[in-house]
Design a binder for this molecule. Structure first.
Ligand SMILES: NC(=O)c1ccc[n+]([C@@H]2O[C@H](COP(=O)([O-])OP(=O)(O)OC[C@H]3O[C@@H](n4cnc5c(N)ncnc54)[C@H](O)[C@@H]3O)[C@@H](O)[C@H]2O)c1
Length: 419
């Protein structure tokens, strides 16, 4: 019989064990990181518009609370299943720890293709989910946020339902809300601003001059487009971009300031192809365009064992979650390509969520400038810590980020005292 393949969650657990041992910890000191603190499965009966009733399956997994309340998004996707939610919850514990914000990690999800539901059905489903997980969440207990296929509007419904049951307004129960109901200025742009802050800091560290640095970005959504626009403002040359509409190359660099998230993928693509010097290229060639910095900001598992040898970048910045597989990374590293990990690069979103929560708890809103200044400072300090750890251990940047994350969680666990 062949060996059973480890799930992504089991692989993450394995790397945590290795990291904790590298840090010199005994198993008793890190054992609590190896299982979620609480897992809840809920069934969600929803009356559909035609009067029929469908029952959906939902989850909330609270991974670790050593460093603070649980924090993590809620995804609506047909492939949501408990083992994946476990892994995502654990990654949130690590991401909050690397970013040094006072949160643990959690994740939630509902197994549903939201395109199958009308808006009113989606609202009823969201309200039912809030009601069913109400007993285990709270503004100082566990704070959900948007993730795949969930957005500010859904967070607004969630907050409203929670507040109704609580009998008081609880804006801090979720982050990523519309600004009109307690969301933070800058939240939509935060992940891209964070990615560009890390990219710029690393380019400086590698002695790259922005005007001579060619950048390729996969994805022109929330993360990819804002990252490209922030980097272009710093002087970087964005020479290739792609989205579901296609891939386009321009050796002179694009004017990305004309793009707008509200345009959607097709219109932004048309605006790029219309620029002088632009040429359309096959989608699968985008990742192998010769450049200095490659930023996959669309999907997971884009750089793998079968294509990592074709990457012609000096640096890969993981803006999406897990765009580089473990095998893909090993090949890149062997070829001298530096990879900055997702738990560092895309932490800007959760850092700004933290700022939103702080504003909610204080009932006091910050200006956009205050939000962005604090965000940039937080990202720079997380980057500096990872850089220092990498230099000390002579390891990969991912290992350095993991070493910091695990060390901080284990130390916080110790300060909780004995069980
Ligand atoms: N939005 C956030 O705050 C945030 C935070 C952390 C991590 N992430 C991760 O970043 C990634 C992107 O998130 P987003 O919010 O920008 O999503 P989005 O839906 O706004 O944008 C995704 C973009 O990727 C493009 N795309 C999809 N398939 C593609 C393909 N095969 N080739 C090229 N482009 C393709 C889409 O056309 C779109 O432009 C995801 O992995 C997400 O989990 C997002």
């Amino acid at each position: 019989m062949g060996e059973k393949k480890l799930s992504q969650y089991q692989e993450t657990l394995q790397s945590i064990k290795e990291i904790a041992e590298e840090l010199g910890y005994e198993e008793a000191e890190y054992i609590t990181l190896l299982s979620p603190e609480r897992e809840v499965t809920v069934s969600l009966p929803v009356t559909m518009d035609d009067g029929s009733v469908r029952v959906f399956q939902g989850y909330r997994i609270q991974d670790n609370s050593a460093r603070g309340p649980y924090k993590g998004g809620v995804r609506y996707h047909p492939e949501v299943e408990i083992e994946e939610v476990r892994d995502l919850a654990l990654l949130m514990s690590l991401k909050c720890s690397v970013a040094d914000i006072p949160y643990g990690g959690a994740k939630g999800g509902i197994t549903i293709d939201p395109r199958e539901l009308s808006e009113t059905e989606l609202e009823r489903l969201t309200r039912k989910y809030a009601e069913k997980i109400y007993p285990i969440i709270g503004a100082e207990i566990d704070i959900p946020a948007p993730d795949m296929n969930t957005n500010a509007k859904i967070m607004g419904w969630f907050k409203d339902e929670y507040s109704k049951i609580a009998g008081v307004q609880v804006p801090g129960i979720v982050t990523g809300k519309p600004v009109e109901v307690g969301g933070s200025l800058g939240r939509n742009e935060a992940t891209g601003l964070g990615v560009s802050t890390i990219t710029h800091a690393f380019a400086q560290n590698q002695k790259l001059v922005p005007e001579e640095t060619r950048v390729v970005v996969q994805g022109t959504g929330n993360v990819g487009l804002i990252t490209a626009q922030c980097l272009a403002k710093e002087g970087y040359k964005i020479i290739a971009l792609s989205n579901v509409a296609g891939a386009v190359y321009n050796a002179n660099g694009f004017d990305v300031s004309v793009l707008d998230l509200a345009n959607g993928d097709q219109k932004n693509y048309d605006l790029l192809t219309a620029q002088e010097g632009s040429e359309e290229i096959p989608m699968n060639e985008l990742l192998s365009v010769e450049c200095d910095i490659l930023i996959p900001a669309a999907l997971q598992n884009q750089i793998r064992a079968d294509n990592a040898d074709q990457i012609k970048a000096k640096i890969v910045i993981e803006a999406a979650n897990a765009p580089v597989s473990a095998e893909g990374e090993a090949i890149l590293i062997k070829r001298g390509i530096k990879v900055l990990p997702d738990i560092l690069c895309n932490a800007g979103g959760v850092v700004c969520s933290y700022f939103e929560w702080v504003q909610n708890l204080q009932h006091f809103s910050w200006t956009l400038e205050e939000v962005n200044t604090r965000l940039i400072a937080k990202m720079k300090s997380a980057f500096a810590a990872v850089l220092a750890m990498q230099a000390e251990k002579n390891c990969t940047y991912r290992q350095a980020a993991m070493l910091i994350a695990v060390d901080r969680i284990v130390k916080a666990t110790k300060f909780k005292g004995k069980y």
